[in-house]
Design a binder for this molecule. Sequence first.
Ligand code: PEP
Ligand code: MG
Length: 561
Amino acid sequence: MSELRGVGIGSGIAHGPVVRMTEALPAPAQTPSAAGAEAERARVREAISHVAQELTARGEAAGGSAQEVLEAQAMIAEDPTLLDEVDERIDAGSTAEWAVHDAFAGFKATLEAVGGYLGERAADLDDIAQRVLARLQGLDAPGVPDPGHPFVLVARDLAPADTALLNLDQVLALVTSDGGPTSHTAILAREKGIVAIVGAVEAAGLATGTTVIVDAAAGLVTVDPTSDEQDRAAQRAADRASAEAAPLTPGALADGTAIPLLANLGKPADAADAVARGAEGVGLFRTEFLFLSSSQAPTVAQQRESYRELLAAFPGQKVVVRMLDAGADKPLAFLNDAHEENPALGLRGLRALRASEDILREQLTALAEADAATEADLWVMAPMVATVEETAYFTSLAREYGLKTAGVMVEVPSSALLADRVLAHADFASIGTNDLTQYTMAADRLLGSVSAFQDAWHPAVLRLVREVGAAGARLGKPVGICGEAAADPLLAVVLVGLGATSLSMAPAALADVRHALSERTLDEARHLAEQALAADDAAGARTAAAEAAAALPPHQKETTS
Ligand code: PEP
Ligand code: MG
Protein backbone atom coordinates (compact mmCIF):
# COMPACT_ATOMS: atom_id res chain seq x y z
CA MET A 1 0.00 0.00 0.00
CA SER A 2 1.90 3.08 -1.15
CA GLU A 3 -1.05 5.27 -2.20
CA LEU A 4 -4.68 5.48 -1.13
CA ARG A 5 -7.40 7.37 -2.94
CA GLY A 6 -10.45 9.13 -1.58
CA VAL A 7 -12.40 12.32 -2.00
CA GLY A 8 -10.31 15.39 -1.17
CA ILE A 9 -11.99 18.25 0.66
CA GLY A 10 -10.48 21.57 -0.35
CA SER A 11 -7.02 21.79 -1.80
CA GLY A 12 -4.66 21.63 1.16
CA ILE A 13 -1.67 19.39 1.64
CA ALA A 14 -0.01 18.20 4.84
CA HIS A 15 2.23 15.42 6.02
CA GLY A 16 3.01 13.79 9.34
CA PRO A 17 2.59 10.66 11.46
CA VAL A 18 -0.73 8.86 11.58
CA VAL A 19 -2.63 8.57 14.83
CA ARG A 20 -5.73 6.45 14.68
CA MET A 21 -8.95 7.46 16.30
CA THR A 22 -9.77 5.68 19.56
CA GLU A 23 -11.67 2.55 18.66
CA ALA A 24 -15.40 2.32 19.26
CA LEU A 25 -16.75 0.55 22.33
CA PRO A 26 -17.72 -3.07 21.67
CA ALA A 27 -21.41 -3.88 21.30
CA PRO A 28 -22.89 -4.74 24.73
CA ALA A 29 -23.95 -8.31 25.46
CA GLN A 30 -27.64 -9.13 25.28
CA THR A 31 -28.00 -10.23 28.91
CA PRO A 32 -31.22 -9.82 30.93
CA SER A 33 -31.34 -6.89 33.35
CA ALA A 34 -30.65 -7.69 36.99
CA ALA A 35 -31.57 -4.19 38.18
CA GLY A 36 -35.13 -4.09 36.85
CA ALA A 37 -36.87 -1.88 34.31
CA GLU A 38 -37.33 1.17 36.51
CA ALA A 39 -33.65 1.40 37.43
CA GLU A 40 -32.57 0.81 33.82
CA ARG A 41 -34.89 3.55 32.58
CA ALA A 42 -33.51 6.00 35.12
CA ARG A 43 -29.94 5.17 34.03
CA VAL A 44 -30.81 5.76 30.36
CA ARG A 45 -32.43 9.10 31.10
CA GLU A 46 -29.45 10.30 33.10
CA ALA A 47 -27.00 9.18 30.40
CA ILE A 48 -28.99 10.70 27.53
CA SER A 49 -29.45 14.00 29.26
CA HIS A 50 -25.74 14.10 30.14
CA VAL A 51 -24.79 13.42 26.49
CA ALA A 52 -27.25 16.00 25.17
CA GLN A 53 -25.86 18.63 27.53
CA GLU A 54 -22.31 17.75 26.58
CA LEU A 55 -23.10 18.02 22.85
CA THR A 56 -24.79 21.37 23.37
CA ALA A 57 -21.83 22.64 25.39
CA ARG A 58 -19.39 21.50 22.70
CA GLY A 59 -21.54 23.27 20.13
CA GLU A 60 -21.46 26.49 22.08
CA ALA A 61 -17.68 26.25 22.35
CA ALA A 62 -17.33 25.68 18.59
CA GLY A 63 -19.92 28.17 17.26
CA GLY A 64 -20.84 28.52 13.55
CA SER A 65 -22.38 25.66 11.65
CA ALA A 66 -20.70 23.20 14.05
CA GLN A 67 -23.03 24.52 16.70
CA GLU A 68 -26.05 23.86 14.50
CA VAL A 69 -24.84 20.32 13.81
CA LEU A 70 -24.18 19.55 17.47
CA GLU A 71 -27.47 21.02 18.61
CA ALA A 72 -29.20 18.83 16.04
CA GLN A 73 -27.33 15.84 17.49
CA ALA A 74 -28.40 16.77 21.01
CA MET A 75 -31.99 16.83 19.75
CA ILE A 76 -31.61 13.41 18.14
CA ALA A 77 -30.23 12.05 21.44
CA GLU A 78 -33.38 13.18 23.21
CA ASP A 79 -35.78 12.25 20.44
CA PRO A 80 -38.94 10.92 22.13
CA THR A 81 -39.54 8.24 19.45
CA LEU A 82 -36.06 6.91 19.95
CA LEU A 83 -36.53 6.94 23.73
CA ASP A 84 -39.79 4.99 23.31
CA GLU A 85 -37.86 2.39 21.34
CA VAL A 86 -35.28 2.15 24.14
CA ASP A 87 -38.01 1.86 26.78
CA GLU A 88 -39.75 -0.89 24.84
CA ARG A 89 -36.60 -3.00 24.99
CA ILE A 90 -36.08 -2.26 28.68
CA ASP A 91 -39.67 -3.25 29.42
CA ALA A 92 -38.96 -6.53 27.65
CA GLY A 93 -36.15 -7.19 30.16
CA SER A 94 -33.05 -5.70 28.46
CA THR A 95 -30.26 -3.83 30.17
CA ALA A 96 -30.01 -0.09 29.46
CA GLU A 97 -26.83 -0.78 27.43
CA TRP A 98 -28.43 -3.34 25.13
CA ALA A 99 -31.62 -1.30 24.74
CA VAL A 100 -29.65 1.79 23.66
CA HIS A 101 -27.41 -0.17 21.32
CA ASP A 102 -30.27 -2.01 19.65
CA ALA A 103 -32.72 0.90 19.40
CA PHE A 104 -30.11 3.27 17.91
CA ALA A 105 -28.99 0.59 15.44
CA GLY A 106 -32.61 0.16 14.31
CA PHE A 107 -33.04 3.89 13.79
CA LYS A 108 -29.76 4.06 11.89
CA ALA A 109 -30.86 1.25 9.54
CA THR A 110 -34.06 3.18 8.82
CA LEU A 111 -32.10 6.31 7.87
CA GLU A 112 -29.69 4.31 5.71
CA ALA A 113 -32.61 2.75 3.86
CA VAL A 114 -33.91 6.24 3.06
CA GLY A 115 -30.46 7.05 1.63
CA GLY A 116 -29.30 10.43 0.27
CA TYR A 117 -28.86 13.25 2.75
CA LEU A 118 -30.61 11.36 5.56
CA GLY A 119 -28.49 8.28 4.86
CA GLU A 120 -25.36 10.34 5.38
CA ARG A 121 -26.74 11.48 8.75
CA ALA A 122 -26.94 7.81 9.85
CA ALA A 123 -23.32 7.83 11.04
CA ASP A 124 -24.23 10.55 13.53
CA LEU A 125 -26.40 8.04 15.39
CA ASP A 126 -23.44 5.75 16.03
CA ASP A 127 -21.62 8.57 17.72
CA ILE A 128 -24.55 9.47 19.94
CA ALA A 129 -25.08 5.80 20.87
CA GLN A 130 -21.38 5.43 21.72
CA ARG A 131 -21.49 8.48 23.95
CA VAL A 132 -24.57 7.22 25.77
CA LEU A 133 -23.02 3.75 26.19
CA ALA A 134 -19.78 5.23 27.50
CA ARG A 135 -21.73 7.25 30.05
CA LEU A 136 -23.74 4.20 31.10
CA GLN A 137 -20.51 2.28 31.67
CA GLY A 138 -18.66 5.13 33.37
CA LEU A 139 -16.09 5.30 30.54
CA ASP A 140 -14.67 8.26 28.61
CA ALA A 141 -16.51 8.86 25.34
CA PRO A 142 -14.49 7.62 22.38
CA GLY A 143 -12.92 10.61 20.72
CA VAL A 144 -9.91 12.29 19.20
CA PRO A 145 -6.62 11.13 20.76
CA ASP A 146 -4.11 13.59 22.17
CA PRO A 147 -0.61 12.17 21.54
CA GLY A 148 1.12 15.44 22.47
CA HIS A 149 2.52 16.13 18.97
CA PRO A 150 1.04 17.15 15.61
CA PHE A 151 -0.49 14.23 13.74
CA VAL A 152 -2.64 13.07 10.83
CA LEU A 153 -5.89 11.78 12.28
CA VAL A 154 -7.14 8.59 10.65
CA ALA A 155 -10.63 7.37 11.50
CA ARG A 156 -13.43 5.27 10.09
CA ASP A 157 -15.54 8.39 10.23
CA LEU A 158 -15.54 11.36 12.52
CA ALA A 159 -18.53 12.43 14.53
CA PRO A 160 -19.55 16.08 14.16
CA ALA A 161 -18.82 16.50 17.88
CA ASP A 162 -15.21 15.55 17.23
CA THR A 163 -14.72 17.44 13.95
CA ALA A 164 -16.10 20.60 15.49
CA LEU A 165 -13.58 20.67 18.29
CA LEU A 166 -10.47 19.42 16.48
CA ASN A 167 -7.41 21.20 17.76
CA LEU A 168 -6.05 22.60 14.51
CA ASP A 169 -2.60 23.15 16.02
CA GLN A 170 -2.31 19.40 16.52
CA VAL A 171 -4.35 17.85 13.71
CA LEU A 172 -2.39 18.33 10.49
CA ALA A 173 -4.92 16.52 8.34
CA LEU A 174 -7.83 14.15 8.50
CA VAL A 175 -8.37 10.91 6.57
CA THR A 176 -11.52 8.81 6.89
CA SER A 177 -12.33 5.46 5.33
CA ASP A 178 -16.11 6.14 5.36
CA GLY A 179 -18.12 9.22 4.48
CA GLY A 180 -18.94 10.93 1.23
CA PRO A 181 -18.27 14.46 0.02
CA THR A 182 -21.50 15.68 1.63
CA SER A 183 -21.09 13.95 5.02
CA HIS A 184 -20.93 16.19 8.06
CA THR A 185 -17.25 15.44 8.38
CA ALA A 186 -16.68 16.81 4.88
CA ILE A 187 -18.88 19.86 5.41
CA LEU A 188 -17.22 20.83 8.68
CA ALA A 189 -13.72 20.07 7.40
CA ARG A 190 -14.34 22.35 4.41
CA GLU A 191 -15.63 25.11 6.62
CA LYS A 192 -12.72 24.87 9.07
CA GLY A 193 -10.17 24.60 6.27
CA ILE A 194 -8.90 21.22 7.54
CA VAL A 195 -6.84 19.30 5.00
CA ALA A 196 -9.07 16.25 4.56
CA ILE A 197 -9.73 13.18 2.46
CA VAL A 198 -12.93 11.24 3.08
CA GLY A 199 -14.05 7.86 1.76
CA ALA A 200 -10.48 6.52 1.45
CA VAL A 201 -11.61 2.91 1.94
CA GLU A 202 -8.10 1.50 2.40
CA ALA A 203 -7.31 3.93 5.21
CA ALA A 204 -8.73 1.24 7.50
CA GLY A 205 -5.32 -0.44 7.10
CA LEU A 206 -3.19 2.57 8.11
CA ALA A 207 -1.36 2.00 11.39
CA THR A 208 -0.54 4.62 14.02
CA GLY A 209 2.99 5.92 13.51
CA THR A 210 3.06 5.54 9.70
CA THR A 211 4.14 8.73 7.90
CA VAL A 212 1.73 9.94 5.22
CA ILE A 213 1.25 12.88 2.86
CA VAL A 214 -2.39 13.95 2.57
CA ASP A 215 -2.94 15.78 -0.74
CA ALA A 216 -6.57 16.91 -0.71
CA ALA A 217 -6.40 18.52 -4.19
CA ALA A 218 -5.48 15.14 -5.68
CA GLY A 219 -7.57 13.06 -3.21
CA LEU A 220 -4.39 11.10 -2.57
CA VAL A 221 -2.70 9.75 0.58
CA THR A 222 0.93 8.78 0.01
CA VAL A 223 2.11 6.17 2.52
CA ASP A 224 5.75 6.18 3.70
CA PRO A 225 6.75 8.99 1.33
CA THR A 226 10.39 9.57 0.36
CA SER A 227 12.12 12.60 1.85
CA ASP A 228 11.92 14.28 -1.58
CA GLU A 229 8.16 13.80 -1.62
CA GLN A 230 7.93 15.20 1.91
CA ASP A 231 10.00 18.25 0.90
CA ARG A 232 7.73 18.90 -2.09
CA ALA A 233 4.65 18.61 0.14
CA ALA A 234 6.17 21.06 2.62
CA GLN A 235 6.90 23.46 -0.25
CA ARG A 236 3.32 23.25 -1.48
CA ALA A 237 2.01 23.83 2.03
CA ALA A 238 4.27 26.90 2.32
CA ASP A 239 3.02 28.17 -1.08
CA ARG A 240 -0.55 27.80 0.18
CA ALA A 241 0.24 29.68 3.34
CA SER A 242 1.71 32.54 1.34
CA ALA A 243 -1.30 32.50 -1.01
CA GLU A 244 -3.52 32.84 2.08
CA ALA A 245 -1.49 35.82 3.23
CA ALA A 246 -1.32 37.47 -0.22
CA PRO A 247 -3.22 40.73 -0.88
CA LEU A 248 -6.86 40.31 -1.88
CA THR A 249 -6.48 41.40 -5.51
CA PRO A 250 -9.20 40.75 -8.10
CA GLY A 251 -8.85 37.44 -9.90
CA ALA A 252 -6.58 37.77 -12.93
CA LEU A 253 -4.25 35.71 -15.08
CA ALA A 254 -0.55 36.51 -15.33
CA ASP A 255 -1.20 38.45 -18.57
CA GLY A 256 -3.79 40.63 -16.85
CA THR A 257 -6.91 38.90 -18.19
CA ALA A 258 -9.57 39.45 -15.54
CA ILE A 259 -11.25 36.31 -14.19
CA PRO A 260 -13.59 37.52 -11.45
CA LEU A 261 -13.51 35.29 -8.37
CA LEU A 262 -16.94 34.93 -6.81
CA ALA A 263 -18.39 33.15 -3.80
CA ASN A 264 -20.84 30.26 -3.48
CA LEU A 265 -23.14 31.07 -0.57
CA GLY A 266 -26.10 29.39 1.13
CA LYS A 267 -27.24 32.15 3.49
CA PRO A 268 -26.82 35.92 3.72
CA ALA A 269 -24.90 35.62 7.00
CA ASP A 270 -22.02 34.00 5.09
CA ALA A 271 -21.51 37.12 2.98
CA ALA A 272 -19.16 38.83 5.45
CA ASP A 273 -16.64 35.98 5.33
CA ALA A 274 -16.74 35.97 1.52
CA VAL A 275 -16.12 39.73 1.41
CA ALA A 276 -13.26 39.38 3.92
CA ARG A 277 -11.65 36.79 1.64
CA GLY A 278 -11.85 39.10 -1.35
CA ALA A 279 -14.85 37.65 -3.20
CA GLU A 280 -15.75 40.02 -6.04
CA GLY A 281 -19.41 39.14 -5.75
CA VAL A 282 -21.51 36.01 -5.57
CA GLY A 283 -21.50 33.45 -8.38
CA LEU A 284 -24.04 31.11 -6.81
CA PHE A 285 -26.52 31.84 -4.05
CA ARG A 286 -28.30 28.56 -3.30
CA THR A 287 -31.74 29.86 -2.27
CA GLU A 288 -33.10 26.40 -1.47
CA PHE A 289 -30.71 26.19 1.49
CA LEU A 290 -32.82 28.86 3.21
CA PHE A 291 -35.93 26.72 3.17
CA LEU A 292 -34.80 23.09 3.56
CA SER A 293 -36.77 22.64 6.76
CA SER A 294 -39.87 24.62 5.73
CA SER A 295 -43.01 22.62 5.14
CA GLN A 296 -44.68 25.52 3.34
CA ALA A 297 -43.49 27.81 0.60
CA PRO A 298 -41.83 30.95 2.01
CA THR A 299 -43.75 34.19 1.65
CA VAL A 300 -42.64 36.97 -0.69
CA ALA A 301 -41.89 39.19 2.33
CA GLN A 302 -39.77 36.51 3.99
CA GLN A 303 -37.78 35.94 0.82
CA ARG A 304 -37.41 39.63 0.05
CA GLU A 305 -35.78 40.19 3.44
CA SER A 306 -33.21 37.40 2.90
CA TYR A 307 -32.36 38.55 -0.62
CA ARG A 308 -32.17 42.19 0.46
CA GLU A 309 -29.70 41.25 3.21
CA LEU A 310 -27.59 39.33 0.71
CA LEU A 311 -27.60 42.02 -1.98
CA ALA A 312 -26.83 44.75 0.55
CA ALA A 313 -23.51 43.04 1.32
CA PHE A 314 -22.32 43.47 -2.29
CA PRO A 315 -23.04 47.05 -3.43
CA GLY A 316 -22.04 47.54 -7.06
CA GLN A 317 -21.00 43.89 -7.40
CA LYS A 318 -22.48 40.98 -9.27
CA VAL A 319 -24.71 38.62 -7.27
CA VAL A 320 -26.03 35.56 -9.08
CA VAL A 321 -29.07 34.15 -7.34
CA ARG A 322 -30.23 30.70 -8.29
CA MET A 323 -33.93 29.96 -8.18
CA LEU A 324 -34.96 27.20 -5.74
CA ASP A 325 -33.15 24.01 -6.79
CA ALA A 326 -35.39 21.46 -5.11
CA GLY A 327 -35.23 17.70 -5.50
CA ALA A 328 -32.91 14.71 -5.12
CA ASP A 329 -30.61 15.39 -2.16
CA LYS A 330 -32.31 18.74 -1.43
CA PRO A 331 -36.04 18.03 -1.40
CA LEU A 332 -38.30 20.91 -0.40
CA ALA A 333 -41.55 19.70 1.12
CA PHE A 334 -43.55 22.34 -0.73
CA LEU A 335 -42.07 21.57 -4.17
CA ASN A 336 -41.31 17.83 -4.19
CA ASP A 337 -44.19 15.83 -2.80
CA ALA A 338 -44.25 12.82 -5.13
CA HIS A 339 -42.22 9.68 -4.51
CA GLU A 340 -39.70 9.14 -7.30
CA GLU A 341 -37.48 6.10 -7.82
CA ASN A 342 -34.68 8.25 -9.25
CA PRO A 343 -35.17 11.76 -7.90
CA ALA A 344 -31.95 13.03 -9.51
CA LEU A 345 -33.64 12.29 -12.84
CA GLY A 346 -37.05 13.47 -11.75
CA LEU A 347 -39.07 16.60 -11.30
CA ARG A 348 -36.26 18.70 -9.85
CA GLY A 349 -34.79 22.14 -10.36
CA LEU A 350 -36.63 24.20 -12.96
CA ARG A 351 -38.95 21.28 -13.72
CA ALA A 352 -40.29 21.33 -10.14
CA LEU A 353 -40.60 25.13 -10.19
CA ARG A 354 -42.50 25.04 -13.42
CA ALA A 355 -44.91 22.51 -11.97
CA SER A 356 -45.60 25.06 -9.18
CA GLU A 357 -45.27 28.25 -11.20
CA ASP A 358 -46.85 30.38 -8.48
CA ILE A 359 -43.84 29.63 -6.26
CA LEU A 360 -41.45 30.56 -9.07
CA ARG A 361 -43.34 33.79 -9.69
CA GLU A 362 -43.26 34.66 -5.98
CA GLN A 363 -39.54 34.13 -5.87
CA LEU A 364 -39.04 36.40 -8.89
CA THR A 365 -41.28 39.01 -7.25
CA ALA A 366 -39.21 38.90 -4.04
CA LEU A 367 -35.98 39.19 -6.02
CA ALA A 368 -37.23 42.13 -8.08
CA GLU A 369 -38.27 43.93 -4.89
CA ALA A 370 -34.95 43.23 -3.16
CA ASP A 371 -33.13 44.38 -6.31
CA ALA A 372 -35.03 47.67 -6.33
CA ALA A 373 -34.04 48.30 -2.71
CA THR A 374 -30.29 47.61 -3.08
CA GLU A 375 -27.24 48.54 -5.16
CA ALA A 376 -25.92 45.10 -6.17
CA ASP A 377 -25.95 43.95 -9.80
CA LEU A 378 -28.49 41.11 -9.53
CA TRP A 379 -28.37 38.23 -11.99
CA VAL A 380 -30.88 35.39 -11.71
CA MET A 381 -30.55 31.86 -13.03
CA ALA A 382 -32.54 28.65 -13.27
CA PRO A 383 -31.15 25.29 -12.09
CA MET A 384 -31.19 21.98 -13.98
CA VAL A 385 -32.12 23.38 -17.37
CA ALA A 386 -32.14 20.63 -19.98
CA THR A 387 -33.64 22.26 -23.08
CA VAL A 388 -33.62 25.42 -25.17
CA GLU A 389 -37.36 25.74 -24.58
CA GLU A 390 -36.84 25.74 -20.79
CA THR A 391 -34.21 28.45 -21.23
CA ALA A 392 -36.57 30.63 -23.23
CA TYR A 393 -39.34 29.99 -20.69
CA PHE A 394 -37.26 31.05 -17.69
CA THR A 395 -35.46 34.02 -19.20
CA SER A 396 -38.64 35.56 -20.58
CA LEU A 397 -40.43 35.01 -17.26
CA ALA A 398 -37.57 36.70 -15.36
CA ARG A 399 -37.66 39.67 -17.74
CA GLU A 400 -41.41 39.95 -17.15
CA TYR A 401 -40.47 40.84 -13.56
CA GLY A 402 -37.99 43.48 -14.68
CA LEU A 403 -34.96 41.35 -13.84
CA LYS A 404 -32.45 42.49 -16.42
CA THR A 405 -29.91 39.67 -16.41
CA ALA A 406 -31.33 36.15 -16.66
CA GLY A 407 -29.34 33.01 -17.33
CA VAL A 408 -29.28 29.28 -16.81
CA MET A 409 -27.15 26.71 -15.10
CA VAL A 410 -25.57 24.21 -17.41
CA GLU A 411 -25.59 21.00 -15.39
CA VAL A 412 -27.20 18.59 -17.83
CA PRO A 413 -25.16 17.40 -20.85
CA SER A 414 -28.00 18.27 -23.23
CA SER A 415 -27.74 21.97 -22.47
CA ALA A 416 -23.94 21.90 -22.74
CA LEU A 417 -24.19 20.27 -26.15
CA LEU A 418 -26.71 22.88 -27.32
CA ALA A 419 -24.99 25.76 -25.51
CA ASP A 420 -25.04 28.03 -28.56
CA ARG A 421 -28.81 27.73 -28.79
CA VAL A 422 -29.26 27.98 -25.03
CA LEU A 423 -27.13 31.13 -24.98
CA ALA A 424 -29.15 32.62 -27.81
CA HIS A 425 -31.86 33.10 -25.14
CA ALA A 426 -29.87 33.38 -21.92
CA ASP A 427 -27.74 36.37 -20.93
CA PHE A 428 -25.18 34.04 -19.39
CA ALA A 429 -24.46 30.43 -18.50
CA SER A 430 -23.12 29.10 -15.23
CA ILE A 431 -21.74 25.58 -15.35
CA GLY A 432 -22.58 23.41 -12.34
CA THR A 433 -19.79 20.87 -12.60
CA ASN A 434 -21.12 18.79 -9.68
CA ASP A 435 -24.28 17.79 -11.48
CA LEU A 436 -22.73 17.99 -14.93
CA THR A 437 -20.23 15.35 -13.80
CA GLN A 438 -22.96 13.28 -12.13
CA TYR A 439 -25.04 13.20 -15.32
CA THR A 440 -22.15 12.80 -17.74
CA MET A 441 -20.62 9.92 -15.81
CA ALA A 442 -23.94 8.39 -14.65
CA ALA A 443 -22.60 8.42 -11.09
CA ASP A 444 -24.75 9.51 -8.14
CA ARG A 445 -22.87 12.38 -6.52
CA LEU A 446 -23.92 11.23 -3.04
CA LEU A 447 -22.80 7.64 -3.37
CA GLY A 448 -19.36 6.85 -1.92
CA SER A 449 -19.13 3.62 -3.95
CA VAL A 450 -19.10 5.51 -7.27
CA SER A 451 -17.19 8.59 -6.11
CA ALA A 452 -14.26 7.63 -8.36
CA PHE A 453 -16.52 8.44 -11.34
CA GLN A 454 -17.52 11.78 -9.81
CA ASP A 455 -14.44 13.56 -11.08
CA ALA A 456 -14.84 16.77 -13.04
CA TRP A 457 -11.37 16.26 -14.50
CA HIS A 458 -12.84 13.61 -16.77
CA PRO A 459 -12.17 14.66 -20.39
CA ALA A 460 -15.83 13.99 -21.24
CA VAL A 461 -16.83 16.67 -18.73
CA LEU A 462 -14.06 18.98 -19.96
CA ARG A 463 -15.29 18.66 -23.54
CA LEU A 464 -18.75 19.73 -22.46
CA VAL A 465 -17.27 22.72 -20.65
CA ARG A 466 -15.37 23.58 -23.84
CA GLU A 467 -18.64 23.50 -25.82
CA VAL A 468 -20.17 26.04 -23.47
CA GLY A 469 -17.02 28.18 -23.33
CA ALA A 470 -16.80 28.30 -27.12
CA ALA A 471 -20.48 29.18 -27.49
CA GLY A 472 -20.11 31.95 -24.91
CA ALA A 473 -17.09 33.38 -26.75
CA ARG A 474 -18.89 33.29 -30.12
CA LEU A 475 -21.95 35.03 -28.72
CA GLY A 476 -20.08 37.36 -26.39
CA LYS A 477 -21.87 35.99 -23.31
CA PRO A 478 -20.29 35.24 -19.92
CA VAL A 479 -19.73 31.63 -18.91
CA GLY A 480 -19.12 31.09 -15.21
CA ILE A 481 -18.26 27.93 -13.29
CA CYS A 482 -19.95 27.41 -9.94
CA GLY A 483 -19.41 23.71 -9.18
CA GLU A 484 -16.73 22.41 -6.82
CA ALA A 485 -14.35 22.08 -9.78
CA ALA A 486 -13.72 25.83 -9.68
CA ALA A 487 -12.19 25.39 -6.22
CA ASP A 488 -9.43 23.06 -7.49
CA PRO A 489 -6.61 25.49 -8.35
CA LEU A 490 -5.16 23.59 -11.30
CA LEU A 491 -8.56 22.64 -12.67
CA ALA A 492 -9.61 26.28 -12.30
CA VAL A 493 -6.82 27.26 -14.70
CA VAL A 494 -7.90 24.51 -17.12
CA LEU A 495 -11.52 25.68 -16.94
CA VAL A 496 -10.41 29.19 -17.86
CA GLY A 497 -8.47 27.64 -20.75
CA LEU A 498 -11.75 26.03 -21.84
CA GLY A 499 -13.51 29.38 -21.93
CA ALA A 500 -14.78 30.10 -18.39
CA THR A 501 -14.92 33.85 -17.81
CA SER A 502 -15.52 33.77 -14.03
CA LEU A 503 -15.16 31.22 -11.23
CA SER A 504 -17.31 30.82 -8.15
CA MET A 505 -16.41 28.69 -5.13
CA ALA A 506 -16.56 28.22 -1.36
CA PRO A 507 -14.86 31.33 0.04
CA ALA A 508 -12.16 29.22 1.75
CA ALA A 509 -10.86 28.25 -1.74
CA LEU A 510 -10.50 31.80 -3.10
CA ALA A 511 -6.89 32.38 -2.04
CA ASP A 512 -5.55 29.20 -3.66
CA VAL A 513 -7.38 29.81 -6.91
CA ARG A 514 -6.36 33.48 -7.01
CA HIS A 515 -2.74 32.40 -6.68
CA ALA A 516 -3.01 29.64 -9.32
CA LEU A 517 -4.56 32.02 -11.88
CA SER A 518 -1.92 34.67 -11.27
CA GLU A 519 0.77 32.23 -12.36
CA ARG A 520 -0.61 31.45 -15.85
CA THR A 521 -1.37 33.44 -18.97
CA LEU A 522 -4.48 32.77 -21.05
CA ASP A 523 -2.38 31.00 -23.68
CA GLU A 524 -0.85 28.82 -21.01
CA ALA A 525 -4.28 28.03 -19.56
CA ARG A 526 -5.41 26.99 -23.05
CA HIS A 527 -2.32 24.84 -23.42
CA LEU A 528 -3.03 23.06 -20.11
CA ALA A 529 -6.66 22.56 -21.19
CA GLU A 530 -5.55 20.94 -24.45
CA GLN A 531 -3.30 18.53 -22.57
CA ALA A 532 -6.14 17.58 -20.20
CA LEU A 533 -8.64 17.15 -23.06
CA ALA A 534 -6.29 14.75 -24.82
CA ALA A 535 -6.25 12.29 -21.90
CA ASP A 536 -8.37 9.14 -21.67
CA ASP A 537 -9.59 9.57 -18.14
CA ALA A 538 -9.75 11.91 -15.17
CA ALA A 539 -6.48 10.80 -13.60
CA GLY A 540 -4.73 11.13 -16.95
CA ALA A 541 -6.14 14.61 -17.48
CA ARG A 542 -5.03 15.77 -14.05
CA THR A 543 -1.53 14.37 -14.55
CA ALA A 544 -1.24 15.78 -18.08
CA ALA A 545 -2.20 19.26 -16.90
CA ALA A 546 0.09 19.07 -13.87
CA GLU A 547 3.04 17.94 -15.99
CA ALA A 548 2.40 20.60 -18.61
CA ALA A 549 2.19 23.24 -15.85
CA ALA A 550 5.45 22.03 -14.29
CA ALA A 551 7.15 22.36 -17.69
CA LEU A 552 6.13 26.02 -18.11
CA PRO A 553 8.34 28.84 -16.87
CA PRO A 554 7.10 30.09 -13.49
CA HIS A 555 5.20 33.36 -13.10
CA GLN A 556 5.33 34.21 -16.77
CA LYS A 557 3.76 37.65 -17.10
CA GLU A 558 3.58 38.09 -20.91
CA THR A 559 1.34 36.28 -23.38
CA THR A 560 3.25 33.82 -25.53
CA SER A 561 1.53 34.75 -28.76
C1 PEP B 1 -23.53 21.99 -9.36
O1 PEP B 1 -24.32 21.08 -9.62
O2 PEP B 1 -22.34 22.01 -9.74
C2 PEP B 1 -23.97 23.14 -8.57
C3 PEP B 1 -23.18 24.19 -8.39
O3 PEP B 1 -25.19 23.06 -7.95
P1 PEP B 1 -25.44 22.19 -6.63
O4 PEP B 1 -24.12 21.69 -6.14
O5 PEP B 1 -26.11 23.08 -5.66
O6 PEP B 1 -26.32 21.11 -7.16
MG1 MG C 1 -26.42 21.37 -9.27
